[in-house]
Design a protein. Structure first.
Length: 256
């Protein structure tokens, strides 16, 4: 949007609305017919929206997806940042109980992003890159979010799976599937030295009123300190916090 004219804003809104109907993303060529705009116009507006985080472009496919900034704005519109506001008190309490960093992440297309984080007070601690997009199939948070998908949707995510050099360890599609099965059986997921070197995380799902997993609540810390045993010890508190947040969102207590 080269200016903030009503016409430019209207076009951007129409493009975002059209993009929402494409779960796997869309190109400017694909969006042009449904919006009625020239392909060049759609491409120009998408480029501006991408610069502000309203949309993201997949490096491999060049297709655009709704971005983290649009998601945050959407959450605000739909309920006054309900998810973050309801989760925050429990995140602070969980941080104080665990001594580690607590995060809240959501899926955006075939990626995930942290919406909120309460950092550990320890001198050495984990801190995520807020707004950074991680592959949905990576890490404990990703497995929790994928665990709420149908098998068909999981296949779609893994169809886009490719080695990511920014990750410490890239799992194969079969490994991801195995760990999703394990997560569903246990009700939580763990990861160590996976997405980020020397970082361990344990995560559970947060559900909305329909019972769907809408976010992953996680506790993360340096792997040397946040050991598998320590992660197991914090699981009951983590599940309790996720249940409380889910109940605040309308889900039955005890669903995690």
């Amino acid at each position: 949007m080269e200016s903030i004219s009503d016409n430019a804003v209207s076009k951007a809104i129409q493009i975002l609305s059209a993009l929402r109907s494409h779960a796997d993303g869309a190109s400017a060529r694909e969006l042009a017919p449904s919006t009625g705009f020239a392909r060049s116009t759609v491409q120009r507006i998408l480029a501006t929206l991408a610069a502000s985080g309203m949309v993201i472009q997949d490096a491999a496919t060049q297709r655009y997806l709704i971005g983290p900034q649009a998601l945050v704005i959407g959450l605000g519109y739909n309920g006054g940042d309900v998810l973050v506001n309801e989760a925050r008190p429990y995140m602070f309490a969980l941080r104080d109980e665990s001594g580690e960093t607590v995060g809240l992440s959501v899926a955006i297309g075939h990626a995930r992003v942290f919406l909120e984080e309460v950092q550990s007070n320890a001198e050495i601690r984990f801190a995520s890159e807020m707004g950074r997009l991680y592959p949905l199939w990576s890490g404990a948070n990703g497995r929790v979010l994928m665990g709420g998908l149908s098998d068909t949707e999981i296949d779609r995510v893994l169809a886009d799976h490719e080695h990511d050099e920014t990750l410490h360890e890239s799992l194969s599609p079969d490994q991801v599937r195995e760990r999703i099965v394990d997560m569903r059986a246990k009700g939580f997921a763990q990861a160590s030295n996976e997405t980020i070197a020397n970082v361990s995380s344990v995560a559970v799902g947060v559900r909305d009123g329909s019972g769907q997993i809408v976010a992953a609540l996680s506790v993360s810390g340096p792997a040397e300190r946040f050991t598998p045993q320590r992660m197991d010890e914090i699981v009951p508190q983590l599940k309790s916090a996720a249940s409380a947040i889910s109940a605040r969102l309308g889900a039955g207590r005890g669903t995690t």
